[in-house]
Write a protein that binds this ligand. Structure first.
Ligand code: ZN
Ligand code: ZN
Length: 149
């Protein structure tokens, strides 16, 4: 499933979404076929975004590609495994590569258009910033989503 698709034919049915950093030096495209989307309140996500939480959407990493500024990214973490991808000029977190490279967690705030998916839960609420109150009715998990959704 995660193997590289050179022709792109396998992905041709999905609508493509664009994403970009604050200074627009780095641009990417990703299929509008996210498998999940969550709001993560863990301390790492709070710090890397400077926000109360990070809305992110997950997809197989081969369905995302950088189309401009590939030489302008800064990798934080293990480049061969899990890492965050930032623009080196403006610092925006664009996406994270997780699960040993298999999946990309797109920072939803960098998407230009609206994806079909919406965040469906809050995770790592146990690490939530005390000054922020969750005011929606989405399910809340103290850590990762476990067992059933
Ligand atoms: Zn930038
Ligand atoms: Zn997190």
């Amino acid at each position: 499933m995660a193997e590289k698709n050179v022709t792109g034919s396998e992905n041709s049915k999905a609508r493509m979404l664009a994403g970009e950093c604050l200074c627009r030096a780095v641009r990417y495209t990703v299929a509008d076929a996210f498998e999940y989307a969550l709001n993560c309140h863990c301390s790492n996500c709070r710090r890397t975004t400077g926000s109360a939480f990070k809305p992110f959407a997950g997809i197989a990493s081969d369905r995302l590609s950088i189309i401009a500024g590939a030489d302008n990214v800064m990798i934080h973490g293990d480049a061969k495994a899990s890492h965050d991808v930032h623009c080196i000029s403006c610092g925006s977190l664009l996406y994270s590569i997780v699960r040993n490279g298999a999946y990309a967690h797109v920072a939803m705030g960098t998407l230009v258009g609206a994806p079909s998916i919406r965040p469906r839960a809050h995770i790592f609420v146990g690490s939530k910033a005390p000054w922020f109150t969750i005011t929606d009715d989405l399910p809340q998990y103290q850590g990762h989503i476990t067992a059933k959704e």
